[in-house]
Design a protein around this ligand. Structure first.
Ligand code: NAD
Ligand code: DAU
Length: 379
């Protein structure tokens, strides 16, 4: 049995990874550690937790005593650190929390792993490590900053983050590399582009647009909607992490992305068209709409679901223009390729959000409504 610590496992990518891991391997045991902040929802992984292979612990990655206790009790071979404050807009409002969780939280886990995994010292005084252990840091393409119209991020691109969020993630990457270079710790890092798919918290662009249509609200597009993001279906990201953790050389860094660049406005228009089409194809779905004006056919009208819902609002401060990943290294070294093309993935994601509206409602309670009003008021 391999013993994994997966942090942030009740969040978007962490929960998808947890499900992937438990489905793919019979011989893994996982501790899912999550603080259950606004972004973590236990219901997402409730069916995955059992008394044999998957245990849930509510706690903070920055808690030293807890980390030591978990390492002692479960003898982890592998740590996959997803836990983070992940939303750029929130980092602009409250940078300190991002630094505490993303930098100091990561450093606390690294230290707990070092205490648990170092077996002694070699003749030169360098730490020796338990065989087969790995600390994997889930990072982001945002650490590289912003691209102009041309070019892609490679693993050699210098780190040049702009937002408090991306600066905290870049700092965490540098701390991870410091443990590699100073103590010889077996680490790896993946830097992935924008994910989309099931269980994404509705503050992020794609689920926000779907949810606002259902709510009959305007769709806020920052600036002119010209910013470009490089979208990857979440399961492809999970597969990439699994490959790097199990087959990537100790110390390695990999970019992950599927050459899937879209302007934000294109994304929003695609979602509007697809939601309307799905409501045309299956009129029963229209019960999800808050706007219940009946048309001449006796069904709730959907002719208002169009581009008139778009509202161009004040731009995000320091808004990065474009992200684009060059995934050559992970493709050449590990044979990773994205399996879900954008057209398939976005339709699956929209269907998932419609079919699981109860999940969306469960995670977007009063706290989210308050956040939304504050974040978008006067924009
Ligand atoms: P998310 O916000 O959906 O989930 C984060 C999870 O971490 C939540 O369950 C939250 O409760 C938990 N958490 C927060 N603070 C914690 C703490 N102190 N201790 C323990 N748990 C804590 O985020 P996500 O989108 O799933 O992102 C996961 C990771 O992947 C992050 O590290 C993020 O930087 C990285 N990433 C995200 C994307 C993306 O597009 N979403 C792309 C590349 C990399
Ligand atoms: O690139 C990877 C990163 O992708 C991850 O590291 C982050 O954790 C993740 O949140 C995501 O960051 P973005 O800032 O790119 O994602 P977000 O969904 O917030 O925004 C996507 C784009 O859409 C961005 O250009 C801002 C824009 N946007 C976003 C929101 C929420 C809008 O125009 N309107 C909105 O209401």
């Amino acid at each position: 049995m391999k013993s994994y610590l997966v942090t942030g496992a009740a969040g978007f990518i962490g929960s998808n990874y947890l499900k992937y891991l438990l489905t793919r391997y019979d011989d893994v045991q996982v501790v899912a550690l999550d603080l259950l902040t606004y972004a973590g929802y236990l219901g997402t992984i409730a069916d995955d937790i059992d008394s044999e292979r998957c245990f849930f612990v509510r706690g903070d990655i920055g808690d030293r005593a807890l980390a030591d206790r978990l390492f002692a009790e479960y003898k982890f071979d592998t740590v996959v650190n997803f836990a983070a404050e992940s939303h750029v807009d929130r980092s602009i409002e409250n940078p300190q929390l991002f630094l505490e969780t993303n930098i100091l939280g990561t450093q606390n886990l690294l230290d707990a792993a070092r205490r648990a995994w170092v077996t002694g010292r070699d003749a030169d005084g360098r730490p020796t490590w338990r065989a087969g252990v790995r600390f994997h840091q889930v990072s982001t393409d945002e650490v590289y900053g912003s691209l102009g119209e041309e070019g892609f991020f490679t693993e050699q691109t210098p780190l040049a983050p702009h937002s408090p969020y991306s600066a905290s993630k870049a700092s965490a990457d540098m701390i991870v590399c410091a443990y590699r270079d100073t103590y010889g710790m077996p680490v790896s890092i993946t830097r992935c582009s924008n994910n989309y798919g099931p269980y994404q918290f509705p503050e992020k662009l794609i689920p926000l647009v779907i949810n606002n249509i259902l709510e009959g609200k305007k769709i806020p597009v920052y600036g002119r909607g010209d910013n470009v993001r490089d979208w990857l279906y979440v399961e492809d990201h999970c597969k990439a992490i699994d490959l790097v953790v199990t087959q990537g050389a100790p110390g390695c860094i990999y970019n992950v992305g599927g050459h899937n660049e879209r302007r934000n406005l294109q994304i929003v228009e695609t979602i509007i068209r697809t939601v309307r089409r799905l409501m045309e194809e299956e009129p029963a779905r229209r019960t999800l709409l808050k706007r219940q004006e009946t048309g001449p056919d006796g069904l709730p009208r959907i002719d208002w679901i169009d581009e008139s819902l778009i509202s161009f609002v004040k731009d995000r401060l320091g808004h990065d223009l474009r992200y684009g990943i060059d995934p050559t290294k992970i493709t050449n070294d590990l044979g990773w390729r994205p399996e879900t093309d954008f057209e398939t993935g976005i339709e699956k994601t929209i269907r998932w959000n419609l079919d699981n509206h109860a999940w969306v409602e469960a995670v977007s309670g009063t706290d989210y409504q308050n956040y939304y009003e504050k974040m978008y008021a006067g924009r």
